[in-house]
Design a protein around this ligand. Structure first.
Ligand code: ADP
Ligand code: MG
Length: 409
């Protein structure tokens, strides 16, 4: 994925200023995935946990399109409708619209239960650019024609799985039935149970899917192996691993762009078809490398972490970590390139002495101990892992005097 910035998305100046004031320096992953689609007028189906920045992911495209096309809403009519499962969330969302919409002179109205409806009816009488609300009160105002959504251009269903849990599906269906066919919609949910998927099918048209997996969980279908090996022996080990014909399609990850080039060249010299993909290549070259890999013209893609996220190639049988990443989350993203759609996958790590600490933090994050495929797990690395489970193991006692000495010195 390229480094996306808010500026590069072509957002209106007042929105960019508001983002800056709010300290939003760069898009979060769900924003990077959803914003280009939303700004292009596409429907979005997003899977992401709370706290990932979904609000701006759907709010900014709506604000941008309203800024580009100012219209006065009719009495009681909403131009955009955002449904949220709880009042608190609705309040937050409305505030975020106000925050990023300052300077756009838009009218946002909160329509939630638990407070008097007359104030809301009053505010709706002038028409609203943005209505944020909970399903019950929204349906209530619709039933008395104090909220008209037949010309609503934007519809967002936030936290859809929560809505399902709270029994809001009948209300939601009522709302959806009253929407015009011509509209842009988005659905966000932390999980995608069957009911939500079928709701999404009826709601969204040719949606762009954006999915941000919780970072600590490794796919259960990935077998994880590690080779303890000298740095100088990695090259040889890699080519012998790649001679195995069961490796039908592999991504090899390196830490640096130059490393990726070097490894790909080395493999080509050994008549193993491989191509490099990293941030120093132009967008076309990058796309071509990916297409070649996807089409099966090359069996091995050698990549930096640039390729760790977002790449969706079916049938990646192996992910090989030629070098371990210093951020354990990157490892999870990397191996998530295999075992997609319920297939099985194998992740192989080549770990030299300098990378043992990386290995430890990875295993700590995932809670999975990799299977040793060759070499020997160094004793101190094994001991450093989860010392709390081995209270009688070496580590602690001998260390104390060392620290004491150092402090004294
Ligand atoms: P979600 O709806 O996924 O739970 P929110 O939209 O509520 O997430 O965002 C979670 C928090 O992250 C909020 O405090 C929000 O202000 C902040 N946030 C969202 N996007 C960014 C960003 N691009 N840069 C900095 N902070 C952000
Ligand atoms: Mg949210």
């Amino acid at each position: 994925m390229t480094e996306l910035t808010f500026e590069s998305l072509g957002l209106a100046a007042p929105i960019l200023q508001a983002l800056k004031n709010a300290g939003f320096n760069s898009p979060t992953p769900i924003q990077a995935g959803a914003l280009p689609a939303g700004l292009a007028g596409r429907d979005v189906l997003g899977t992401a946990q709370t706290g990932t920045g979904k609000t701006a992911a759907f709010a900014l495209p709506i604000l941008q399109q309203m800024a580009a096309n100012p219209l006065r809403p009719r009495r009681f009519a909403a131009r955009a409708l955002i449904l949220s499962p709880t009042r608190e969330l609705a309040v937050q969302i409305e505030q975020e619209f106000r925050k990023f919409g300052t300077g756009l002179a838009l009218n946002a109205v909160l329509v939630v239960g638990g407070v008097g409806r007359s104030g809301q009816v009053n505010r709706m009488s002038r028409g609203a650019d943005i209505v944020v609300g909970t399903p019950g009160r929204i349906c209530d105002l619709m039933s008395t024609r104090n909220l008209l959504i037949d010309q609503c251009q934007f519809f967002v269903l936030d936290e859809a799985d929560r809505m399902l849990d709270l029994g809001f599906m009948p209300d939601i269906r009522k709302v959806v039935a009253a929407l015009p066919n011509r509209r842009q919609s988005a659905l966000f949910s932390a999980t995608m149970p069957k009911e939500i998927l079928s709701l999404a099918e009826g709601l969204l048209r040719d949606p762009v899917r954006v999915s941000i997996e919780p970072v600590a969980s490794t796919p259960v279908l990935v077998e994880q192996h590690v080779h303890f090996v000298d740095g100088s022996a990695k090259k040889h080990l890699l080519s012998s691993l790649l001679r195995d014909p069961t490796l039908t399609r592999a991504i090899v990850f390196t830490r640096t762009k130059r490393g990726a080039d070097r490894v790909a060249l080395g493999l080509n010299a050994e008549k193993i078809s491989a191509t490099a993909m990293h941030g120093n290549l132009g967008q076309n070259a990058r796309q071509r490398a990916l297409e070649d890999f996807r089409a099966g013209n090359v069996r091995v893609l050698v990549a930096t972490d640039l390729a760790a996220r977002g790449i969706d190639v079916l049938g990646v049988s192996h992910v090989i970590n030629y070098e371990l990443p210093n951020e354990p989350e990157s490892y999870v993203h990397r191996i998530g390139r295999t075992a997609r759609n319920g297939a099985k996958g194998i992740a192989v790590a080549l770990c030299d002495a300098t990378e043992l600490t990386y290995l430890n933090s990875i295993e700590k994050l995932t809670g999975v101990k990799m299977n040793v495929a060759s070499g020997v797990r160094p004793a101190h690395a094994a001991a450093a892992k989860k010392p709390q489970r081995h209270p009688d193991m070496i580590v602690r006692k001998p260390r104390r005097p060392q620290y004491a000495q150092r402090r004294a010195a």
